[in-house]
Design a protein around this ligand. Structure first.
Ligand code: ADP
Ligand code: MG
Length: 240
């Protein structure tokens, strides 16, 4: 049995008096690849943003590595988030983009250099370090965005639909890259997608959400072969 990496207990979210996340309980093992999947509007991003500390929790508790982080700033949680839009700084080189967060955190220059070098080797972007984002392809930009998370050495990586802006072919190759990254780094990864194929191929554990509730959580195989209800069967089984 692996160690516990993250635990959500009774997590709820209200927006203007309307509850959109209805009491989520979830346990994530150290090093697991967990995928939140569900239709648009079911609360995937809200849940991830609460884990990241970008959105306040209305009720409940979030613990990472046994530490209650519910009221901590994003920078204090040991997490790093990769967004759907890459949000790279256009006027900075790839090297500067990768190192920027560390520089802001006053990491020393030698350490920044070493981490940027290691991350760019893992992502195979070492030859692009002097370019600007405008001189990169979509896939390369997404790699840089992931690199910015890697250099921070987080306990937990959070991905919100990181591949949804890429074309179909690139999406497949980046999906394989992310799986490789997970094998190499061994970190806990929480990955949000509305794409069943991505969920089935990446996950150790799939969490199927609907209307702010967990319909089922289990291995891809369990969810596919033994769906908890018609919604799960329809959602996971439906071809795209
Ligand atoms: P998903 O990522 O699964 O598409 P979201 O987490 O973005 O879903 O949204 C979940 C629900 O919360 C939706 O009904 C959405 O309209 C609502 N919502 C999300 N963000 C806000 C906000 N800032 N203010 C009010 N309602 C919001
Ligand atoms: Mg979303």
């Amino acid at each position: 049995m692996g160690k516990n990496s993250m635990r959500l207990t009774g997590v709820r979210k209200n927006y203007g008096g309307l509850e959109v996340i209805h009491g989520i309980d979830l346990e994530v093992q150290e090093g697991a690849f967990v995928v939140f999947v569900g239709p648009s509007g079911c609360g995937k991003s809200t849940l991830l943003r609460m884990i990241a500390g970008l959105e306040e929790v209305t009720d409940g508790e979030i613990a990472i590595k046994g530490r209650d982080v519910t009221d901590l700033d994003p920078s204090e949680r040991g997490i790093a988030m990769v967004f759907q839009s890459y949000a790279l700084y256009p006027h900075m080189s790839v090297r500067e983009n990768l190192g920027f967060g560390l520089k802001m955190a006053r990491t020393d220059t030698g350490e920044i250099e070493a981490r940027v070098k290691a991350a760019s080797a893992i992502l195979k972007i070492d030859h692009l370090l002097d370019r600007r984002p405008g001189q990169l392809s979509g896939g390369q930009r997404q790699r840089v965005a992931i690199g910015r998370a890697i250099v921070r050495k987080p306990d937990v990586f959070l991905f919100d639909e990181p591949l949804s802006n890429l074309d179909a072919e690139l999406r497949v190759s980046m999906r394989i890259e992310i799986a490789r990254l997970h094998r190499e780094l061994g970190n806990t990864m929480i990955y949000v997608t509305h794409d069943q194929t991505e969920a089935m191929t990446l996950a150790d554990k799939i969490v199927v959400l609907r209307d702010g509730k967990i319909e089922q959580a289990g291995s891809p195989r369990e969810v596919y072969e033994d769906p908890a209800n018609i919604f799960v069967a329809g959602f996971i089984g439906s071809p795209r």
